[in-house]
Design a binder for this molecule. Structure first.
Ligand code: GAL
Ligand code: MG
Length: 974
């Protein structure tokens, strides 16, 4: 047995032990003025925590995960299941343990001061030694641990700090979140000093009406507090004083000993500018702790916001308003450094969220770096702060296991203690996917007493029944509930709590179908208030293909626009040789691993539009302000009129002065040209000034209304230009390398695969239909071709009628799907072109990718995009690059030659360098070899995307029925 007591205790197998020698958590921020211990540390990776430390040191950068820094312990991805078989609280004997060591020169001027070591985060057990002496133990991988070193180190001397980090522990069983497993010290390490007399904690309550209470907890390292200390404060430069009434009451209270260091500052701030996510008004609060002679012993500075959060009936109110929660779940993630994220990275995440209309973040599934909350306060987000508890694989056993009781209360209370002063935090979450048991109620009870100002949510409790009056969830916060169920609950008369989905619209691959339908229901149904999209990130780790290792910190710049540089790829589960893993399920975010937005974000941006076109009436365009707290003065507008004849007209727009919820009619900015065909009016809304999250002129939304429907044109047949087909009835055309044939298959999306559709389609043989020509019938210059496409269980009859028309060929198609082929991926034509046609121009929805159930954010207009940029490089290749509502398009070479297609109705079209079979065969984007020509799909019907990889499939209206489908298109040469 080891002689080191921290090792001999075997704390990694003792859930009751949550810490030893660790200081209580505090909301006082000590980052400013601290000595950073970040940088290179001596390092060795032991096979288990009780293996002897050797002389074989290498080095590691702190903060960072050793799993990403050239050790043999590589990242592993699992969703629900634990990566090992041991039952909680046990762990495998092989338990990678990182030993970090470095010297620290303790400043001489710290003599007489209290010296504290702070380790920002360590996974999953931290053991601290200084100069060989045991100092402390901590668990709770995503919160800082502090240790008082005053008695251990000597100012002016050098000390050796050793941080031993054990990867697998009893705590791993409650840190079983759906993410990569790593080991290491993932947040900064620092050393700071305070006066022995110090502010141990500060609790701020700042209300909408200007009432301010600042509770101070004062301690002295020497034990008893010195006589005569007092606190003072300053808000935006205005002095605040200690509340004597509170002191008197304390003095008279027999239960309060003289030892108690509590003081209160109370003030009423007149004309306070309230904080909301739309108006993140912050005020600077300085709290000073004075000695009896007035000198300052300690100071705490923070920015605070005045706001109220409450639940009234079934509404969650912020400052009295029922706000919509347009949320997203965010993990700490970086493709090179894993859970180690810099301030700049966090800021970039939040800036992007802001630009795409999000106003809320759930810190799935653990407390984030402290800077994230500062940024949320500053940029304006409502935060659901979630404790680091997920016991997914052993949820039922652990929720009521008294051995884990301490850990539950410890984790929830430490989060609340740290983050309680952030105006952005409006809800506490007890964790994720850990069933529901007495351990949760214990934690909830602690929160209710310590912070009665915020609601609590916990999905595991809400699961028991959305209206259940349980102790642990004030909010009905289900995950992936179908829209119909939410609406039915809100209409049932049974609803008792606000319904805000903690996760919905699973963003895996090409997804987020029906997002607009969700929001149509939310905005029109009292009781529904929004939700948090799952999730922000695709957690692809940048990997070198040559040796399969993570690129790590040296990989900066080896990716662009969502794509890894040649020789690299975005690794997902299984790519590091793990045998137990959950594949690409880790790639389920609205941004690529390098934060490049996926097209789904544009959908969200439009759905969240602060200003909207309500309708077009004879008196003009009715605009509405859909914000909760501010006018439209921070926005500017520009009208854009897109006409089917090819023209786009623009005009400046004057946005009316509208308060939240108001509407007003503005005159139609254009005289509608006659004979211009279909006409669409778009309001391009941009920021009118520089915002902290967007420079002036950044587009915020582009609401649109149709002013005139199309007038269908039929091409008159011409003679003397006979259509040529071969013996198989396939069109012969100089620009086509593969003639138009019928397609019912798309490269399965993750939703298609995991939702069970793709396996069914494969079983029907839709990926390999066998075409057989039945007849080729010439009628003058035209040709009618009948063919059959046989699957394994049914045959589709397909007819193409080719008619020469002015400048080209009209193709009228009909496909008759047998009963067996109910609910297919698409019904349409596919053909391939010669090389060199590299630009797609179209009139239809765009410019970004859109699908039938994800098209609210793609306005109709004239768009032009190089073919190579049409495709979206989802990590696992799948159907991608589609454009919805296309009326006509051209595919051209730089010399303007090429082809033009006119469609009989707005259709789903895709133009890519890949056949559906190319995409289906590849598992990673880097395996794809682009074809030189274009693969063009024109779909009479295309199935919606839905979210069935985790959650509801697309709704019935976006599915494709068996029976007869007809479509026509005209092909011309430019
Ligand atoms: C939820 C879970 C998330 C994630 C998601 C699927 O059940 O809370 O952590 O696993 O499903 O991607
Ligand atoms: Mg889970």
């Amino acid at each position: 047995m080891s002689r080191d007591p921290l090792i001999a205790l075997r704390p990694w197998e003792s859930p009751e032990v949550t810490s030893w020698g660790r200081l209580p958590m505090s909301a006082v921020d000590r980052r400013a003025g601290a000595l950073s211990l970040d940088g290179e540390w001596r390092f060795q990776l032991l096979p288990s925590p009780d293996s002897p430390v050797t002389e074989a040191w290498s080095s590691q950068h702190v903060p960072g995960a050793w799993t990403l820094q050239d050790t043999d312990d590589l990242p592993q991805y699992t969703n629900v299941r634990m990566p090992f078989a041991e039952f909680p609280p046990a762990v495998p004997a092989a338990d990678p343990t990182g030993v970090y060591e470095r010297e620290v020169d303790v400043p001489a001027e710290w003599a007489g001061r209290r010296i504290v070591l702070q380790v920002g985060a360590a996974e999953s057990v931290l053991l601290v030694h200084v100069d060989g002496r045991p100092v402390g133990i901590s668990k709770d991988s995503h919160l800082a641990a502090e240790f008082d070193l005053s008695q251990v180190v000597r100012p002016g001397r050098r000390a050796t700090v050793r941080l031993t980090v054990v990867k697998w522990s009893d705590a791993s069983h409650i840190e079983d979140q759906d993410q990569w497993w790593h080991g290491g010290i993932t947040r900064s390490v620092l050393l700071y000093a305070t006066d022995p007399l110090h502010l141990a904690d500060v609790t701020v309550r700042a209300r909408l009406d200007g009432e301010l209470r600042v509770e101070c907890r004062v301690r002295d390292a020497g034990g008893a507090l010195p006589e005569g200390w007092y606190v003072s404060g300053e808000l935006d430069g205005h002095p605040l004083t200690q509340d004597e009434e509170f002191d008197r009451a304390n003095a008279e209270d027999e239960r309060v000993s003289g030892f108690l260091g509590e003081a209160l500052i109370r003030a009423t701030v007149p004309d306070v500018r309230p904080w909301t996510a739309e108006t993140p008004e912050l005020h600077g609060l300085t709290v000073r702790l004075h000695r009896a002679d007035g000198t300052v012993a300690d100071t705490s500075y923070r920015r605070i916001g005045f706001r109220d959060v409450e639940i009234v009936g079934r509404d969650l109110l912020v400052n009295g308003e029922r706000v919509f929660i347009r949320g997203v779940n965010r993990h700490d993630f970086h493709p090179l450094t894993g859970r180690t994220v810099s301030y700049d990275d966090m800021r970039a995440d939040l800036v992007l969220m802001k630009r795409f209309g999000f106003n809320a973040i759930r810190t799935a599934h653990y407390p984030n770096d402290p800077a994230l909350y500062d940024l949320a306060d500053e940029l304006g987000f409502y935060v659901v702060d979630e404790a680091d508890i997920e016991s997914h694989d052993h949820a039922h056993e652990i929720a009521d296991d008294p051995r884990y009781l301490n850990a539950f209360v410890d984790r929830v209370s430490r989060m609340v203690l740290r983050d309680k002063n952030h105006p952005s935090v409006i809800i506490w979450s007890l964790g994720n996917e850990s069933d529901y048991g007495a351990n949760h109620d214990a934690a909830a009870g602690w929160v209710r007493r310590h912070d009665p100002t915020r609601p609590i949510q916990y999905e595991g409790a809400a699961k028991r029944g959305w209206a259940d009056p349980d102790l642990a969830s004030d909010i009905a916060c289900p995950m992936y509930a179908p829209i119909e169920d939410c609406v039915a609950h809100a209409l049932s008369g049974e609803q008792t709590k606000p319904l805000i989905q903690c996760e919905y619209s699973h963003a895996m691959g090409n997804s987020n179908g029906t997002l607009a339908d969700h929001w149509a229901a939310i905005e029109s149904t009292p009781g529904l208030q929004g939700g948090f999209i799952w999730e922000f990130w695709d957690h692809g780790i940048l990997q070198r293909v040559s040796d399969g290792r993570p690129a790590g910190r040296t990989g900066a710049g080896l990716y662009d626009n969502g794509v890894a540089a040649p020789g690299h790829r975005w690794a997902y589960g299984g790519d590091f040789g793990e045998t137990i893993h959950d594949g690409a399920f880790i790639a389920d975010g609205v941004v690529f691993p390098d934060r490049t937005p996926k097209p789904a974000l544009y959908e969200h941006r439009e759905i969240a539009a602060p200003v909207r076109i309500e309708c077009f009436k004879h008196e003009g365009i009715v605009l509405g302000n859909h914000q909760h707290f501010r006018g439209l003065d921070w926005l500017s507008g520009r009208w854009e009129l897109s006409l089917a004849d090819g023209r786009t007209l623009t005009a400046p727009a004057e946005l009316p002065d509208l308060r939240p919820g108001e509407t007003a009619a503005v005159p139609l900015p254009f005289e509608l040209p006659r004979d211009s065909g279909e006409a669409w009016l778009t309001l391009r809304v941009t920021t009118a000034q520089d915002m902290p999250w967007a420079p002036r002129g950044t587009e915020v939304c582009a609401p649109q209304v149709r002013l005139r429907a199309d007038a269908p044109v039929t091409d008159a047949p011409v003679t003397d230009r006979p259509v040529v087909v071969d013996a198989e009835g396939l069109l012969v055309h100089p620009l086509l390398t593969a003639a138009p044939t019928l397609s019912l298959w798309r490269a399965p999306t993750d939703n298609d695969e995991l939702g069970g559709m793709a396996p069914r389609w494969r079983a029907w043989g839709l990926d390999a239909l066998v075409r057989k020509v039945v007849s080729v019938h010439r009628d003058g210059d035209g040709v009618t071709v009948l063919a059959e496409y046989a699957g394994t269980v049914g045959v589709v009859r397909h007819r193409q009628v080719f008619t020469p028309v002015e400048g080209g060929i009209r193709i009228d198609e009909q496909a008759e799907l047998p009963e067996e082929f109910d609910d297919v991926a698409r019904v349409g034509s596919v053909f391939e072109t010669v090389a060199g046609l590299d630009l797609l121009e179209w009139f239809g929805q765009g410019p970004w990718e859109s699908y039938p159930d994800r098209s609210a954010g793609a306005p109709v207009g004239h768009h032009s995009v190089p073919v190579d940029e049409l495709f979206t490089p989802y990590l696992r290749p799948q159907e991608s690059g589609g454009r919805h509502g296309v009326r006509r398009f051209t595919l051209s070479a730089p010399d303007a030659t090429g082809l033009a297609v006119t469609l009989d109705a707005p259709r789903q079209v895709s133009v890519t360098r890949f056949r559906a079979e190319d995409l289906t065969a590849a598992s990673h984007h880097d395996e794809l070899v682009p074809r030189s020509g274009c693969v063009v799909h024109i779909d009479a019907a295309h199935r919606g995307l839905g979210t069935a990889s985790c959650g509801p499939d697309t709704s019935l209206s976006y599915r494709i029925a068996a029976g007869i489908h007809r479509w026509s298109w005209t092909l011309r040469v430019l």
